[in-house]
Design a protein around this ligand. Structure first.
Ligand code: ZN
Ligand code: ZN
Length: 468
């Protein structure tokens, strides 16, 4: 049977836009301060979920609301289940918008609204794809569940809960990234190196602070040091250090106490080599001085194992995989206070297949054996995820993409995470095209109407090929 998917989507263009606009009008930002048992992430995410399920019910789908955490629409019967997993929550608005983020409007062929491209637009595209298959009465041999979460942008608690209540689909995709496909996602873990706070050298490190989040390169760092020797010499050595390195900063003196400020360059923690880590530069300077005990360990570990090494070479954890690329390490947060028993260096890792977070922790601990420090892997890490090119799911999705775009499909691995990784045979698929401008999480987020229509066409054909 030859189906003119484009014609079927065009026939429903107006309905699709109306449903999308009604979802985009709901400010579905997570608000913990307004959360209740009935609305676990606040009223917005819940209202968007209810709206989505209401649309499905109107069109005759079986719908299920799983405790206002997530829900699904179901179609077809069979032993196997295809899962298509999107989300209706959005990130906060932020400043600088040219129009109201929750009053969607079309300007120059683009739908502007928070959630237009992440992820209400792509989720509605996947919905209309399934709706077309249902309305055409096409024969299918598998069940399809279109699942929507309400907490993708924070902690994925929505899908954690959903999957404890509902069965896990056998295979599927998340319409929450880009074409041609994301079939690999690096592992992600955070390891904290802890030291005590004592020090009794000729210099005392009182405090050392840098960075706000594990997944960002720190832009600034500050250390407060008590100097019993020549403090003016110490200050001028710091000025020399600043001049010799790709950083800026300043030092202020008050009696025996020097406060050092250092400015580097921020970057996303998945690409730490693009930044200049203010914390590691400041520790590198301090490591030449006579601190002692845990304080000495603290600055020396940073200087010897972390400074200017974003691939874990000095820790002995560097690893590269042909498909997933290299391990990356970002030292994102530093806190030291001489009055505290536990002081921390927070390291975030994105790692390819062939290793585990526990192995990274163990190898780092071995390197620290002659120090007072210990390495502790934090809960919540994610293992690398990869669905090979030989998997029929990947082949079908890429073939459908090639047939509709005339472009060559290829595999892609990213450092971030999508709902695709919830399924062993799960990938991310669309809805951004290679020509699309990525405005996710930014002001003036938009999705081009043409991209929305073309993604719907591809999703309809791809879902049908997967379940027929
Ligand atoms: Zn998303
Ligand atoms: Zn997002």
């Amino acid at each position: 049977m030859i189906i003119d998917w484009k014609k079927e989507v065009e026939a429903r263009r107006e309905d699709l836009m109306n449903d999308l606009f009604s979802l985009l009008s709901i400010p579905s930002v997570r608000e913990d301060e307004k959360a209740t048992a009935e609305a676990p992430f606040g009223p917005g995410p819940k209202d968007a979920l209810l709206k989505f399920l209401e649309i499905g019910k109107r069109d005759g789908f079986i719908t299920k609301n799983v405790d206002n955490y997530a829900g699904h629409l179901e179609y077809g019967t069979g032993d196997e289940t295809l899962g298509v997993i999107g989300h209706v929550d959005v990130v906060p608005v932020g400043p600088g918008w040219d129009s109201d983020p929750f009053t969607p409007e079309i300007r120059e062929g683009r739908i502007y609204a928070r959630g237009a491209s992440d992820d209400k637009g792509p989720t509605v595209a996947a919905y209309y794809a399934l709706k077309i298959i249902k309305e055409l009465g096409l024969p299918v041999s598998k069940r399809t569940r279109l699942i929507v979460g309400t907490d993708e942008e924070s902690g994925w608690e929505c899908m954690d809960h959903y999957l404890t209540v509902e069965e896990k689909p056998d295979f599927g995709f998340s319409p929450d990234a880009e074409f041609p496909i994301i079939n690999g996602e690096k592992g992600n873990t955070t390891i904290v190196v802890e030291t005590a706070g004592k020090n009794e050298g000729t210099l005392n490190l009182l405090t050392f602070d840098s960075g706000m989040r594990a997944n960002m390169v720190p832009e600034t760092a500050e250390a407060v040091v008590e100097v019993s020797g020549d403090i003016d010499a110490f200050a001028s050595e710091y000025q020399e250090f600043l001049e010799k390195n790709p950083v800026t900063g300043e030092v202020t003196l008050a009696g025996k106490v020097a406060t050092l400020i250092l400015n580097g360059q921020a970057a996303h923690g998945a690409m730490p080599e693009k930044g200049i880590n203010a914390g590691t530069y400041l520790a590198d300077f301090l490591s030449d001085y006579d601190f002692s005990g845990p304080a000495k360990d603290y600055v020396t570990i940073i200087a010897d194992f972390v400074h200017t090494d974003t691939e874990g070479v000095k820790f002995g954890i560097a690893h590269e995989d042909d498909i997933m690329g290299k391990l990356s390490m970002n030292a994102g947060v530093f806190h030291f206070d001489h009055q505290k028993d536990v002081n921390t260096i927070t390291l975030n890792f994105r790692y390819p297949k062939g290793m585990t977070g526990k192995e990274i922790e163990t190898t780092i601990q071995e390197k620290l054996v002659h120090t007072t420090a210990k390495a502790v892997e934090q809960p919540g890490g994610k293992a690398p995820h990869y669905v090979p090119m030989t998997d029929p799911l990947v082949q079908t999705l890429l073939a459908t993409y090639e047939d509709h775009t005339g472009l060559k499909g290829h595999e892609q691995v990213i450092g971030g995470g999508t709902f695709g990784r919830l399924l062993e045979r799960g990938v991310a698929y669309g809805a951004m095209f290679p020509h699309s401008i990525d405005t996710m999480h930014q002001k003036n987020e938009f999705m081009a109407v043409d991209d929305l229509i073309n993604a719907t066409i591809i999703y309809a054909d791809a879902i049908y090929r997967l379940i027929k």
